[in-house]
Design a protein around this ligand. Structure first.
Ligand code: UDP
Ligand code: MG
Length: 321
């Protein structure tokens, strides 16, 4: 098993996190739940503090600790992917978790149990958000709602705390897109999934790396890289306005013939409504093509073959668990 931890300026929590995870790994190994060659991989996402220095020191003193240094800050999602791609061929299961350990590491054992029971992906889901501020709770919840409304499959109250099997990881690596929103992609992989529930703790030290600005851009990224519905909405608006223009025409003609208009008003009003609607519709149509192109260039895998049953020598695809 591998535990992947992305870290950006996590100097205040790093040592404690490493110690807690080490204790956990030792305990699970001792009880025969995971193999003795399990390890953790910390990814330094271009930190500007002493994070990397601490990692190097930890590596010297701890056999279970591996470290990876990214040359520049690439953001949580990319840092996590870097770590996962590194461990993907060197583990049977990988668990990703934030460096601040706000997510309860106590449920890792339960995750593994669910993996052993046949799940390829086990999501860590927050039971409640008592420790979050009202603001964070509200923004996060609206985020999931909007995502679902726009047709992006995502797991409610699940961040990037999850277990993935080797074959699920390999499939994740097939997604070559740049605008990476791992949380949205993982549900597309398929396989049997399961959830474990836990209470999210407060950050013990250091501060959140997701200020409002980053949260908004994260949400926007998530939506625009999964859905072209906003474009369809523009088109819909165009159609509605063209429809309105018919009503406006009746009103304009009526006023014109009753003679209660200033000269020139009728023709200007008629053009504004109709042309406005037509323009929106045209933009929407162009947008649909741009949207299709966008979906194409991502070259996402179209399917994920889990197994083939055939009556010849090569009997199955993928590994048997
Ligand atoms: N993180 C990262 N690169 C960044 C920002 C954050 O690797 O550019 C990591 C960070 O070190 C932490 C995780 O992403 O392990 C989640 O960040 P944080 O705990 O600050 O977010 P929050 O829990 O407040 O949503
Ligand atoms: Mg956190």
């Amino acid at each position: 098993m591998a535990i992947v931890v992305p870290c950006y300026n996590e100097e205040p929590v790093l040592e404690d996190t490493a110690r807690q995870l080490t204790d956990l790994l030792k305990d699970l190994t001792q009880r025969g739940i995971i193999s003795p060659d399990s390890y953790m991989l910390f990814v330094n996402d271009g930190s500007t503090d002493r994070t990397w220095e601490l990692m190097r020191r930890e590596f010297e003193n701890n056999d279970l600790f591996c470290a990876m240094n990214l040359a520049a800050n690439v953001g949580h999602q990319n840092a996590l992917l870097a770590g996962l791609s590194q461990v993907c061929d060197m583990c049977d299961i990988a668990i990703s978790i934030d460096a601040d350990l706000q997510d309860d590491i106590g449920v890792i054992e339960e995750m593994i149990a669910k993996y052993k029971a046949g799940a390829d992906i086990v999501y860590g889901v927050r039971k409640e958000r008592k420790t979050d501020t009202f603001f964070k709770r509200f923004t996060a919840q609206s985020f999931y709602r909007v995502m679902n409304l726009l047709g992006v499959k995502s797991i409610y109250n699940h961040a990037d705390y999850r277990l993935m099997s080797n074959r699920a990881l390999n499939q994740l690596m097939q997604y070559g897109e740049r605008n990476l929103f791992i949380r949205g992609i993982v549900p597309l992989i398929g396989y049997k999934t399961d959830k474990v529930y836990y209470a999210r703790k407060e950050r013990t030290a250091g501060e959140s790396k997701y200020p409002l600005k980053k949260m908004i851009s994260f949400a926007f990224d998530g939506i625009t890289s999964f859905s072209i519905k906003p474009i369809t909405m523009v088109m819909l608006a165009g159609i509605i306005i063209i429809f309105c223009s018919v009503i406006a025409y009746i009103y304009i003609l009526a006023s014109f013939f009753s003679g209660s208009t200033v000269s020139g008003w009728s023709s200007i009003m008629a053009s504004i409504w109709f042309l406005g609607g037509l323009q929106l519709l045209a933009i929407g149509i162009v947008g649909e093509y741009v949207g299709k192109t966008y979906l194409e260039v991502k070259q996402r895998p179209r399917f994920n073959v889990e197994k083939i049953l055939r009556h010849d020598a090569a009997n199955s695809n993928g590994d048997d668990n």
